[in-house]
Design a protein around this ligand. Sequence first.
Ligand SMILES: O=C(O)CCC(=O)C(=O)O
Length: 326
Amino acid sequence: MSEAPVANESKIEISSLAAPHQKAKQRTLEEIESLNLGNNLLELEVQGFTILKGILTESVVERAKQAILKRVEKKTSRKIDPNTASAKDFYGMQYEPYLLFDDPVFQEILLEPKPLALMSYLLGEDCILSSMGCHFRGPGGFPLPAHSDTPENGFLNSQSSPVANCNYALTDYTQKGGALVLFPGSHNKQRQPTAHENWTVNGMSIVDVLAKNLPAEEIDAMEWEMPTGGVVLEIDPGDAVLWHGNSWHAGYRRDIPGTRINLAAYFCRPFMTTQELRGDKRYPEVFERYADTPRFAQLLGENVYNGWREEGPDFGLRKKALSQDK
Ligand SMILES: O=C(O)CCC(=O)C(=O)O
């Protein structure tokens, strides 16, 4: 084969790949406008996070909460009352992973149009769900150290992030109850906070205290100082906080009985490795339920075409992902 036709072919391919992305961006901006999210987009740009009030209805919050409690109770073999649980019932914070297939409510939440529209803005319409889990928090323990979700070496030295997070409150967030803390403008720093920019107690950083391996009574009695620049997000069940992956965030220790329950939906760009392993073939009925909602398969990495073996690349999958740009 002569060289010229190959060069032409690749030119045609590049231009036909580039155009749909422009269309996708335009479509995303139009959707943001139609959903009345213009101010949220501005907040994301300026402060690196935005609060979406009342995204989940009371009944969706209750279903999600009950499904998470069921998971935690199975694991701990303890009945947990989210209003009255003591540190004996559930101590400090633990992450409950891989909730998407536990209950249909999580799939419904994944497709909530407003958070998804802002995710498309941050990461592109072809973004993927990296993980969906719960930071389940009972009384006591450490505050959650301030951090950015951008993975090691993932700070792109630009305003864009390879990841973004949507955090749903399933119980109310209060400072004493273990609220989330966000740091306005921190997405522009493009790095993780240092130990001295983190929680401190009596001049000691949380990193130093963690290394001491102190007994629980001593840890629980500590009066932590919130890192400089943090804003405590006191929000209601059903509200969501969406942040740019570079944005620093942290969490208060819970100092009252009961549990703080969230749902963290963490997304990434499609060229990245997801936290949860995608391609789970154990739940065909879930994919069938959403057969007419192509975004679901896209979010679950079904159109990712990297990862071939001797059969080679399946360009059909790539086309399928791009065909959403029509
Ligand atoms: O809600 C929280 O406790 C914080 C969650 C968090 O740090 C995260 O999802 O990266």
